[in-house]
Design a protein around this ligand. Structure first.
Ligand SMILES: Cc1cc2nc3c(=O)[nH]c(=O)nc-3n(C[C@H](O)[C@H](O)[C@H](O)COP(=O)(O)OP(=O)(O)OC[C@H]3O[C@@H](n4cnc5c(N)ncnc54)[C@H](O)[C@@H]3O)c2cc1C
Length: 392
């Protein structure tokens, strides 16, 4: 085994989670290699939006984790050399009716009590925000600290800097097998690697990597569609979601038509730096079938027109799909696997992997280096929590 093919830590997966992990490990002086089956950011991390948000997080641990991640992302605007279209504009959640407005008021109170910067917005505030909103939208709320990035550029930016700290990157190297004696031996389509430690950061494919050592990782792909809209009118300057997005994400009841319910559709509108916009979203459990479903696309477009009736005239450039790595309790797995010393999982971020990438990378670095104090409590993200869950 050449020295080049041996590392202290092998990170499997070059999505945003693997790239952030590689960055923090390499920065702290750990000898590491990143192994990716295709190219950097070729999985979910280039088939998503770029919202770094708290607005859609459950108050408590979920929002604390997101806040820490936002702070680290701000730091990276100075630390990394390649810009990644970071824009700190805050984000909005809009309500469709008075029932949602009441729920929004309560949401703001809870988040403010937790020390987060949330504001309630009325109809007039929304008019100020955009003249394109439907007249009957009663208001919404705002999270001041939310931001936007370009996740694709962010991955490359992290990797570029990590390489300066000594990271070695192997793309077009699909991991096909793994064994463990004293070290891990990792077979790929582009050579064999050995490592003292392994981080499985393969997103929705993490269960396949886990199976190689008989580790059963409960992550399921939750498909999402995005429509790319052309820049024509300044419909919005910052990210907007509808309140129903939270209901969808957490599987709660909504009052919407059958198609919207069936495809898990809720408005997300993200203006990109070039002022095109990304229009979502849908949520479906359909395995690994990434084909575009025109019925879903149409339902999403209709949902957008509910909030922005003048969007009927907008040109759509293309559509794409991605797979969110879903877990049953909506939290990622960022954890050691106790019965296989040296094996770590950093996956299962569902619709939050962009928001939580930096805090995840930092936490993995701290776990691997055996730090007693970690950036966030590691306990809620432990892998073994699933074996303690009641079987339904
Ligand atoms: C439509 C949509 C919108 C979203 N919007 C947002 C958002 O606005 N904000 C947010 O926070 N999150 C969002 N998300 C979620 C976010 O995109 C994901 O949580 C995140 O990208 C997951 O990153 P990852 O690194 O875990 O997975 P991935 O990016 O999929 O990376 C895993 C990598 O592992 C590689 N791999 C797999 N198998 C192997 C193998 N055998 N050998 C080597 N490499 C392998 C893959 O090629 C891939 O590159 C969205 C997701 C979708 C689908």
């Amino acid at each position: 085994m050449s020295k080049k093919n041996h590392a202290e830590v092998a990170i499997i997966g070059g999505g945003i989670i693997g790239c952030a992990t590689a960055y923090y490990l390499a920065k702290s002086g750990v000898d590491c290699v990143l192994i990716e089956k295709d190219d950097i950011a070729s999985g979910t991390s280039s088939r998503c939006d770029g919202n770094v948000t708290i607005v859609d997080k459950d108050p408590g641990f979920d929002s604390l984790m997101s806040l820490k991640s936002q702070e680290l992302t701000v730091d990276l605007t100075n630390e990394l050399d390649l810009a990644f279209e970071y824009r700190a504009l805050g984000s909005l959640l809009v309500c469709e009716n008075d029932v949602e407005m009441q729920a929004a008021k309560e949401w703001v109170d809870i988040q403010n009590a937790a020390g987060l910067k949330f504001n309630l917005l009325d109809r007039a505030d929304l008019r100020q925000e955009s003249p394109y909103f439907a007249d009957d939208i009663p208001g919404g709320l705002e999270c001041e600290t939310d931001s936007l990035i370009n996740p694709y550029l962010f991955c490359y930016s992290l990797i570029e800097k990590a390489k300066q700290y000594g990271l070695r990157v192997h793309t077009q190297a699909e991991v096909t097998g793994m064994t463990k004696k004293e070290d891990f031996t990792i077979e790929t389509t582009n050579g064999t690697f050995t490592a003292k430690k392994v981080v499985n950061a393969a997103g929705v494919w993490a269960p396949f990597i886990g199976k190689m050592l008989d580790i059963d990782i409960p992550i399921t792909p939750r498909k999402g569609h995005i429509i790319v809209g052309a820049r024509q009118k300044p419909v919005m300057m910052r990210n907007v979601m509808e309140f129903g997005y939270l209901m969808n994400k957490f599987g709660r009841d909504r009052i919407v038509d059958e198609r919207t319910e069936k495809h898990g559709v809720a408005l997300v509108l993200e203006p990109t730096e070039s002022q095109n916009f990304l229009l979502g979203s849908s949520r479906q459990f359909v395995g690994y079938d990434g084909r575009i479903d025109i019925n879903v696309v149409e339902t999403m477009a209709r949902r957008a027109m509910r909030f922005y009736p003048k969007m009927e005239d907008f040109t759509m450039i293309r559509a794409y799909t991605g797979f969110r790595p879903w877990t049953a309790d909506h939290l990622p797995i960022v954890s050691a696997v106790d019965h296989i010393p040296g094996y770590y999982i950093a996956a299962g971020h569902e619709g939050d992997g962009i928001s939580l990438a930096t805090v995840t990378g930092k936490l993995v670095e701290e776990l691997i280096r055996g730090e007693s104090q970690t950036i966030i409590p590691a306990e809620p993200l432990r892998f073994d929590r699933f074996s303690k869950m009641p079987v339904s």
